[in-house]
Design a protein around this ligand. Structure first.
Ligand code: UD1
Length: 425
C-alpha cells in the first residue's frame, strides 16, 4: 500500500488550481441515470470514488467512457438487476444515491444497506422515508433495501415531505426521485449545500422543474422524461479549504485558481479570525499566512455553517495557533479520530464529548501516522507540512478518495512531499 512522506518546513508559495468537487461529481453521475440519452460531464476529478461510481453505473447497464471528461449513456439500463451490490456500497456510501434515480426512471431498485463507517452510524432512514412519502414500497431483506414504485405504471407520486434532520444525500436522493414523479412535491428542511444547488441546476438543465434549491424548501413539478446534457463539475470547496489551511499554517502565500469563494464564507471567516489574509483575485483567492495565528472557535453545522468536512484540517490550524481554540463537531458522532494521531505528532488536544479543546501553538515533530477516513488523512498530510523532520502518512487510499495526486499538486508550491508505492499499511 502507498504512503505519503513529507519533510516539514517549507512555506508554500505559488499557484494551485482547484479541481472538480467529488461531492458534486458523484450525485451528478447518478443523475445521468434519469435521462433518456447520454450525458457528458467535464472537469471530473480523477478519484477512486468517481471510478467506483462508474463501476456501479456500468454494472447497472450504462456505457461509461472517458476520465476527466466522461460520457454516461444510460440507454442500456433496465434489463438487468438494478442493484447496487454490497461490495461497492461498502467502499463508498454515496452509492446509495442511485436509489432515487433508479426508482423514478425504472420503477425499482435494490441497494445494499451501507452500515456504519469510521465517522459514525450514518443511517439512511431519511432517504427511505422520503421515498416512501412519494409512494415507494420499501422492504429490507438480506441486508438490502428493495424499493418499488406503485401501480401498474410503477411511477412515483408527488407529495409533501419534511426531513427530520438536514441530510445532503437524503435531499439529493429524494429530489432526484421526485423529478419524474406524477404531480408536485414539496421537500422541507432540506440541505442547502452548494452540491445540492448544483444537482438541482443539473436536473433543471435535463428538463426537470425544481425551485428553491439553496433554501430550506425545494419544490419539484414532476415531468415525463429528462434528457442527457453536457455539464462541467463545480470546483471543490473542501479541496480549496484544505489548501488554504496548508498555506495559512506554513506562513505561505498561495493563489487558489478557481476557488469557489461564494461557497466558502464560513471557512474564509474562520481563517480571517485567525489572522489569515484571504484576498479575492481574478478567478480565485490569494491566501497569506501570518507569522502568528490567533486561536479559533468553530462549530460544524449544515451549510451555510462551518463544514464538517473541514473540521479535521481546521483542527491542525488550531494546533498551530497561539492560545486556546475550540472545535465542536455536531454532524457526525465519531469524527475526532485524527486527534490521537495529531497528539502523536505533538499536539495538545483534549476531547470532551463533541468538543475538542486545542492548546497551541505546539511544535510538531514528524512520525508515522495513519487515519481511518478521508478528511482525517488530509489533516495529517497538512500537519506534516509544518512538523519537524519526516512525517509518513499511511493508508493513503483514504486520501485518494477525495484528493487527486495531492503530492504532485503540493510540490510546485514548495512542499517536500512524495508518494512511496507499495509500502506496508
Ligand atoms: C455528505 C457528504 C459528506 C459530508 C456530509 C455532511 C457526499 C458524497 N458526502 O454525506 O462528505 O461530510 O454530507 O456535510 O456528498 N443522517 C441520518 N439519517 C439519514 C441521513 C443522514 O440520521 O437518512 C445523519 C447522518 O448520520 C449524519 C447527518 O445526518 O449524522 C448528516 O449526514 P448527511 O448530510 O446525509 O451526509 P452524507 O450525505 O452521507
Amino acid at each position: 500500500m502507498d504512503k505519503i512522506v513529507i519533510h516539514g518546513g517549507p512555506r508554500l508559495r505559488g499557484e494551485i488550481r482547484v479541481l472538480g468537487a467529488k461531492n458534486a461529481a458523484l450525485p451528478t453521475q447518478c443523475a445521468a441515470l434519469l435521462a433518456d440519452g447520454p450525458t457528458t460531464l467535464r472537469h471530473l476529478p480523477q478519484l477512486s470514488d468517481v471510478r467506483t461510481m462508474n463501476r456501479l453505473l456500468t454494472g447497472l447497464g450504462c456505457e461509461v467512457a472517458g476520465e476527466r471528461t466522461l460520457t454516461i449513456d444510460p440507454t442500456g439500463v433496465g434489463a438487468g438487476s438494478l442493484e447496487a451490490p454490497y461490495d461497492l456500497v461498502k467502499t463508498m456510501r454515496a452509492s446509495v444515491t442511485v436509489m432515487g434515480p433508479l426508482l423514478a426512471r425504472y420503477g425499482r431498485a435494490r441497494v445494499s444497506l451501507p452500515g456504519g463507517c469510521a465517522i459514525g452510524a450514518r443511517p439512511i432512514d431519511q432517504h427511505l422515508r422520503g421515498l416512501e412519502a412519494l409512494g415507494a414500497e420499501v422492504t429490507l431483506k438480506h441486508g438490502y433495501v428493495e424499493t418499488r414504485a406503485p401501480g401498474p405504471e410503477h411511477r412515483l407520486k408527488g407529495a409533501r415531505f419534511k426531513f427530520d434532520l438536514v441530510t445532503v444525500g437524503g435531499t439529493q436522493n429524494v429530489m432526484m426521485a421526485a423529478t419524474l414523479a406524477r404531480g408536485s412535491t414539496r421537500l422541507e428542511n432540506v440541505a442547502r449545500e452548494p452540491e445540492v444547488v448544483e444537482l438541482a441546476l443539473v436536473l433543471n438543465k435535463m428538463g426537470a422543474r425544481i425551485r428553491g434549491a439553496g433554501t430550506p424548501v425545494i419544490e419539484i413539478e414532476g415531468v415525463d422524461s429528462l434528457s442527457g446534457i453536457d455539464h462541467a463539475i463545480l470546483p471543490d470547496r473542501i479541496e480549496a479549504g484544505t489548501f488554504m489551511v496548508a498555506a495559512a499554517i506554513t506562513r505561505g502565500d498561495v493563489v487558489l485558481k478557481d476557488a469557489p469563494v461564494d461557497h466558502m464564507h464560513s471557512v474564509i471567516e474562520t481563517l480571517e479570525s485567525a489572522g489569515v489574509v484571504c484576498q479575492p483575485v481574478p478567478d480565485g483567492l490569494r491566501v497569506i499566512g501570518p507569522e502568528e495565528l490567533a486561536p479559533i472557535h468553530v462549530t460544524t453545522l449544515p451549510h451555510p455553517g462551518f463544514p464538517t468536512d473541514m473540521q479535521a484540517q481546521m483542527t491542525v490550524l488550531a494546533v498551530m495557533a497561539k492560545g486556546r481554540s475550540t472545535v465542536t463537531e455536531t454532524i457526525f458522532e465519531n469524527r475526532f479520530m485524527h486527534v490521537p494521531e495529531l497528539c502523536r505528532l505533538g499536539a495538545d488536544i483534549r476531547v470532551n464529548g463533541n468538543t475538542a479543546e486545542v492548546f497551541g501553538a505546539t511544535p510538531l515533530s514528524g512520525t508515522t501516522v495513519m487515519a481511518t477516513d478521508l478528511r482525517a488523512s488530509a489533516s495529517l498530510v497538512i500537519a506534516g507540512l509544518v512538523a519537524d523532520g519526516v512525517t509518513e502518512v499511511r493508508r493513503v487510499y483514504h486520501l485518494d478518495r477525495g484528493y487527486e495526486t495531492i503530492e504532485k499538486r503540493l510540490r510546485p508550491l514548495g512542499a517536500r512531499i512524495e508518494r512511496v508505492h507499495g509500502a506496508k499499511s
